[in-house]
Write a protein that binds this ligand. Structure first.
Ligand code: ADP
Ligand code: MG
Length: 461
């Protein structure tokens, strides 16, 4: 749409002037000043806007960095079949670019596609994280209520974006995935994407490397619900923030739901561009508090019920009153108790105290291959003996390799010492194990989660 003004600018000048208004919004001030203001519009050939740029380098730079923003601005003015061409001052030939490849309606590119379990948009959601398994209480009242509303009317419930923040292990991931799962149940046709901020960053970096940044943007701009977890990891990542800013704007303008989590309040996100943190506050910001005793007990009960377990009430009460750090620790202890029980140990107070000491309070115990193996054994519910034996079954091999990997990372033991500990295995076996875990980490979410949890426990010692 070309707006005519009293001064009757030439059409190409008018188009570009209007584009600049959009671009000023989409680009950081410094990029705008450096890269947009030197551009001179020189002609309009049908729907192709011809821009004069100072050099080839300049042209390449804006194409590599700002093509999607230029596209957004241009499409707004001239419609979706608009195109751009450049006239380079040092080289007067005009080179066309193909913006059309940037705007396929249905994205052919899916940043999750290399990961078999994420075959479709919502495959990244963990079905165990739903509203039924989430205990509603005072500590999460507002976030929970908003979540339910959003799952009924995503994008139009009046909470857009929803920003859930709170300390580690308080249920942020569980809650936002529950919202995602419920939206999928209510609206099977909606494209719901759950992504951790770390995944988002690495997808973007990979897309840049493979020259697919436009398609990456296209994918995220065409979804219905974006759930992005642990947004605090975006601090300091200027380039990814810029892309996220554009995605956020597009989704928000189109009434698509955005849900974010953070480990702190938006105002405390240092190293995050202000125009982003301002937007984070447009919708609803709700925090998760640490649960009190009653809620901790309810969470334990729900968890053992879900797993078809029975544990005596006194034991549960002891647990709920003793482990008050966060829900993740509480559940960690419960899982270890169940694991020991699977290994034929009786659940009594002594055993429970011992587990608590191991998982939560063991700040002094030395980290060595033995303590690492015990931790891995508890995490995977596999007896230590099995980790040291020779079984080639995958559910044993991976935990064994995890234990070897962590031993290598967290102790000064040599490959030979580690091999000896695990039943006299060759040092090359240990080396292979360590490499295998490193390689699998990039595309195996369960493994990544396991290593992250175990690493955190080790680091907290
Ligand atoms: P965060 O993302 O805030 O670090 P998570 O969502 O990963 O925390 O929660 C840690 C663990 O605690 C998960 O196993 C989760 O299911 C559980 N959990 C946390 N809050 C609740 C709750 N209110 N009801 C049931 N389980 C919860
Ligand atoms: Mg989380």
């Amino acid at each position: 749409m070309i707006k005519s003004t009293a001064t009757e600018l030439l059409p190409h000048v008018q188009v570009w002037t209007n584009c600049l208004i959009t671009l000023q919004e989409l680009l950081p001030q410094s990029s705008y000043n450096t890269w947009m203001t030197p551009i001179v519009p020189v002609g309009l050939d049908g729907k192709t806007l011809i821009l004069q740029v100072p050099s080839m380098f300049f042209r390449d730079h804006i194409e590599e960095n700002f093509l999607s923003q230029l596209g957004t601005a241009l499409f707004k003015e001239l419609g979706e079949d608009a195109d751009l061409a450049y006239s380079v001052i040092v080289d007067q030939s005009i080179k066309g670019v193909n913006l059309k490849s940037q705007k396929n309606q249905k994205p052919a590119f899916n940043p999750f596609e290399n990961r078999s379990q994420f075959g479709d948009y919502g495959g990244n959601l963990n079905l165990d994280y739903n509203f039924e398994t989430f205990v509603q209480a005072d500590c999460n009242k507002l976030a929970y209520a908003a979540g339910v509303k959003i799952s009924e009317k995503p994008g139009t419930a009046g909470f857009n974006p929803l920003m859930v923040y709170g300390g580690v292990g308080l249920g942020k991931t569980h809650l936002v995935q529950a919202i995602g799962n419920q939206i999928r149940a209510n609206y099977p046709e909606k494209r719901v994407v759950y992504v951790t901020t770390e995944q988002f960053i690495s997808q973007f970096v990979e897309a840049l490397r493979d020259d697919l940044a436009g398609q990456f943007m296209n994918f995220y701009m065409n979804i219905d619900v974006l759930i992005i977890d642990d947004i605090q990891f975006l601090t300091g990542k200027t380039q990814t923030q810029e892309q996220f800013f554009n995605i956020f704007n597009r989704l928000h303008q189109n009434n698509k739901q955005i849900i974010m989590t953070s480990d702190c309040a938006p105002k405390d996100l240092k190293g995050m561009h202000e125009r982003l943190t301002t937007r984070f506050k447009w919708g609803l910001t709700a925090d998760l508090q640490a649960p009190g005793f009653e809620t901790r007990l309810a969470i334990l009960k729900k968890k053992i019920e879900a797993d078809g377990y029975e544990i005596e009430p006194e034991i549960l009460e002891y647990l709920a009153s003793t482990v008050d750090t966060n829900v993740r620790e509480l559940i960690g202890v419960l899982i270890s108790i169940m694991a020991r029980n699977v290994m034929m140990e009786r659940i009594d107070l002594d055993m429970v105290k011992q587990v608590i000491a191991n998982v939560v309070m063991d700040v002094d115990e030395e980290i060595n291959i033995g303590s690492i193996t015990r931790m891995v054994s508890e995490y995977y519910m596999i007896p230590e003996e099995a980790l040291k034996a020779t079984s080639r079954k995958r559910d044993i091999v991976i935990p064994r390799q995890v234990a070897m990997y962590l031993s290598r990372e967290f102790t000064h033991s040599s490959l030979k010492m580690i091999g000896d500990f695990f039943g006299g295995k060759d040092h090359t076996t240990v080396m292979h194990a360590v490499n295998n875990i490193k390689n699998q980490l990039a595309n195996d979410v369960d493994l990544k989660q396991a290593i992250a949890t175990l690493q955190k426990r080790l680091e907290n010692r």
